[in-house]
Ligand binder design. Structure first.
Ligand code: DQA
Length: 138
């Protein structure tokens, strides 16, 4: 089972960024825990602050990997291009968010990813990623 976690803009600042919303932990630290927990999964990680790089990565893995776990961050609410990339590839994409975006500002209630995602997991903190991995195993 080959899965990739793709994180979008500003998620490289986890641990420092709005800790009251996103927690105190860096993603690199959490990713090590995920790799330890899911030893049988080939787990990769990619982060970019650039929309085109995220689209490029979806295209690159979208015919080879078993699943993509995507937190497109702010691009979730704006990117037709990322939505189209998900539609263009074969690999299923699970959308994740750390926060419950529906409890936040109205602009975060819109997602260009949800209509083309296999499923959506949000609001469980970093555990959202763990649950997304499990969704591919069951
Ligand atoms: C986020 C929610 C988005 O609205 C926000 O722009 C992010 C992070 C989350 O994981 O909760 O950067 O995707």
């Amino acid at each position: 089972m080959k899965l990739i976690i793709i994180n979008g803009p500003n998620l490289n600042l986890l641990g420092k960024r709005e800790p009251e919303v996103y927690g105190n932990r860096t993603f690199e630290d959490y990713f090590t825990e995920l790799q330890f927990k899911f030893k049988d999964v080939q787990l990769e990680y990619f982060q970019s602050n650039i929309e085109g790089e995220i689209i490029g990565k979806i295209q690159e893995v979208g015919f080879s990997h078993d699943g993509v776990i995507l937190n497109a961050a702010a691009y979730t609410h704006t990117s037709v291009g990322i939505g189209d990339a998900i539609k263009a590839v074969e690999t299923p994409v699970v959308e994740v968010h750390i926060s419950n975006t529906h409890q936040r500002e109205d602009f975060r209630h819109v997602s260009y990813i949800s209509p083309v995602a296999k499923g959506v997991i949000l609001g469980f903190g970093l555990q959202s990623y763990d649950l997304a991995i499990q969704s591919f195993l069951d």
